[in-house]
Design a protein around this ligand. Structure first.
Ligand code: PLP
Length: 357
């Protein structure tokens, strides 16, 4: 049976990226050897790295002055790399969920951290609005899409100080104005690649302002100067990232995928709002286009396990919500086709017919 992968991450990838990745495991771009055993210093891999970075820049519409580096370590490594490189005295953080909180915890090791706003009072079900950002901060940090709670910023915010954003789960899902950001980072395993590669987009002029000594591996300038080849980069995840970016470009780029993502999310949220058995958990105006969180409606709480089994039997994978929210979460990243969302909706409708009071 066809499986529909709604996992939060590692997550669904375009079928063509998986197929081309599989081919490259056996024969890397016609070289006769495997991408798994190729030297990262080879000219063949150099070409992959160059194309991946240039496609990423092109799809993001990256202006002059910004650099892209591809590293290991996941978004979680960026939680401390950012303050290591930028925090001299004080940074501001907006606490919109588990990931934001983890980022804040690491920053506190390096300087003063001011929590400018938080949505913890309502279990992170909304995005705080109209936040005053003091001009004396070294930077301010946001999490644009809250993978666990299903909330998302729908517009780029203005900041008088460098804006740092964890975009692990919504990078390239919608148009964004990169010029508003100093650093954008994320794990690749939500919207770009298999687990193992981490992207960092840096506006170069914000670096080099802290007085502490930086170990080479932690210093963004090392990786910029070495085109992400200071040490061995995650070769295979970068290969598949290239294939994903080629797919996105062929599809029509970010504007096009944004249309599709809006359509998918609207279909699913409309069904959640209509269906008697389910209700959404995030504030309507802050609902994520990528992670759709819902729970059994009042009076239907006892049907949780039943829907998990029911949907599993019909090919739905990975819709169990995070333990902190409970309920269900359907992650509908770029690679999720509209048909996958429709299959889940049909499943919800069938379930309603069987159980609605
Ligand atoms: C998944 C995720 C992370 C953690 O990423 P790792 O690569 O596992 O460290 C951080 N932030 C957000 C928003 C995420 O979705």
């Amino acid at each position: 049976m066809k499986k529909h992968n709604f996992s939060a991450g590692p997550a669904i990838l375009p079928q063509v990226a998986i197929e081309n990745g599989a081919k490259a495991v056996l024969d890397f771009d016609g070289t006769g050897w495997s991408v798994l055993e190729v030297s990262h210093r080879s000219k063949e891999f150099d070409a992959v790295m160059d194309e991946t970075v240039s496609l990423f820049k092109e799809l993001l519409n990256l202006p002059e002055g910004y650099k892209v580096i591809l590293l290991g370590g996941g978004a979680s490594t960026q939680f401390y790399m950012v303050p290591f490189n930028l925090l001299e005295k004080k940074a501001g953080y907006i606490n919109t969920g588990v990931w934001a909180k983890k980022a804040m915890k690491e920053a506190k090791l390096f300087g003063e951290v001011e929590c400018l706003a938080s949505s913890e009072d309502k279990n992170f079900s909304y995005i705080p609005k109209n936040i005053e950002i003091p001009a004396d901060l070294d930077y301010v940090h946001i999490t644009t899409n809250n993978t666990i709670f299903g909330t998302e910023y729908h517009a780029d915010i203005d900041s008088p100080v460098p804006l740092v954003a964890d975009m692990s789960s919504d990078i390239l899902s919608r148009p964004m104005d990169i010029t508003k950001y100093g650093i954008v980072y994320g794990g690749g395993q939500k919207n770009l690649a298999p687990a193992g590669v981490t992207f960092v987009i840096v506006r170069e002029d914000i670096l080099g302002k802290v007085s502490r000594q930086l170990p080479s591996m932690i210093d963004y300038r090392t990786h910029i100067a070495n085109n992400s080849m200071f040490n061995t980069p995650p070769v295979f995840p970068i290969y598949v990232m290239r294939e994903t970016l080629r797919w996105l470009k062929n599809l029509g780029g970010v504007e096009k995928i944004y249309e599709i993502n809006k359509k998918k999310a609207a279909l699913l949220y409309d069904e959640i709002d209509r269906n008697k058995i389910f209700k959404g958990t995030a504030a309507v105006e802050d609902r994520s286009l990528m992670n759709v969180c819902f729970v059994p409606n009042d009076g239907y709480e006892n049907l949780y396990d039943e829907f998990m089994n029911f949907s599993k039997e019909r090919g739905m994978v990975g819709i169990k919500g995070h333990r902190l929210v409970g309920g269900f979460r359907a992650s509908i990243y770029n690679a999720m086709p509209v048909e996958g969302v429709q299959a889940l909706i049909e499943c919800m409708q069938e379930f309603e017919k069987l159980h609605a009071k």
